[in-house]
Design a protein around this ligand. Sequence first.
Ligand SMILES: Cc1ncc(COP(=O)(O)O)c(C=O)c1O
Length: 471
Amino acid sequence: MDSSEFRKNAYAVVDWIADYMDRVEDFPVRAQTAPGAIRAQLPTTAPEAGQGFDALMADFERIILPGVTHWQHPRFFAYFPANVTPPSMLAEMLVNAMGVNGMMWETSPAATELEEQMMAWLGGMLKLPAEWSGVIQDTASSATFCAVLMARERATGWQVNETGLSEAPPLAFYTSSEAHSALEKAVKMAGLGRAAIRFVPTDVNHAMQPTALAAMMAEDRDKGIIPAMVLATVGSTSVGASDPLDAIGIIARANGALFHVDAAWAGSAMICPEYRHLLDGIETADSFVFNPHKWMGVQFDCSAHFVRDPESLIRTLTILPAFLKTRDGITNYRDWGIALGRRMRALKLWFVIRSYGVEGLRTMFRNHVAWAGDLAQAVRATDGFELVTGPNLSLISFRYRPARLSDAEVDILSDRLLNAVNDDGYTYLTRTQVQGRPVIRIQVGAVQTTRDHVLAAWAHVVEIARGLTLN
Ligand SMILES: Cc1ncc(COP(=O)(O)O)c(C=O)c1O
């Protein structure tokens, strides 16, 4: 494809994208395909001869599109958002064209310096300690893995990196049962074993209990186990619960443990002064992650990871073969994360923040939170429904509880309702558990969502529920 063919095809793709933005609401939210149906339409081997772009686009529409779940749909209320905005897309087009690998300052100085400055902007927007440094990781899971490795090395005097785990003392990692499973994965990947994780009990608001944390750490220390890290969550995945950072941070520090805070979803909304209290005590943390790629409209992947002491992170992860040696005194982000090669992720942050302004982004978060409040009101006001949690920012959970049913029957009905709603395609919700019982979760967060979408989706859920029976 030469540049003139590219130009023609690219215009067609841009037209397709703009039309998609206008008609995304017409698709079922969750793909309605059966497992294997998409793959069955694809040839079993790669073509020997090149094919024209028109054929590619036709097959994209015919085969791929029906198998896509539309995360940008205004009635997407499942999981957390993975928002795309037009300025973010445009930045990604430019990045794609340049194909930059920002593994070191020298391999693209603009990639590194823009990333440094965008992390400084985000730190200012969230009112994080000014002396912290930041890096864009691909995901919160990677940031958490880096924090676990940093904690492991700090707790063992950087010895595991040298001699492995066989001579390392036992380490413990603390979090609550509300925390994202990324910690468990990270601890397993770090070779420390799932048994190293302690799940601290939570209170009625699903927040970690600091006194229980302190007691568990003391018990471990008595047994010769080193408290290596505490992970607190702001805006948990299941119900949006937030741990008290100030109390937890003091305890983590007193026990010499690294303190990592995961605000993957909720962090973006912390640019609004009225929600920022959820980050009170963040200054006691050593490591903090949130995902602009969830709620801020900076598309996947873009995970903002801040550290108090970048030298600890670099010392944990640095590797310096001869072919990577360059000048001193500059930031080489390859030493701040797991991968060597790195996409230029800061451009989309720059485009999005400048296009909307911080105030424009605040308006989006405030709307979503307000509409989740309206939704909570609607749930409370609807006969036979129970609001179980929230709203926590823009996240609620509920169950369908018609009169005279036992808890077991209510649980069966909740599961049935979720499956019926998602199979229907009008809207898309997620299942979770609260105190061991199934509930349905709704988060309001897609860029194109309006209050009408939220209330229309709720009316549809109620209508489907009324048609359900237990048998
Ligand atoms: C609180 C929290 N932490 C971590 C993650 C993992 O995020 P990522 O997909 O960026 O690894 C999620 C995902 O939803 C989350 O909600």
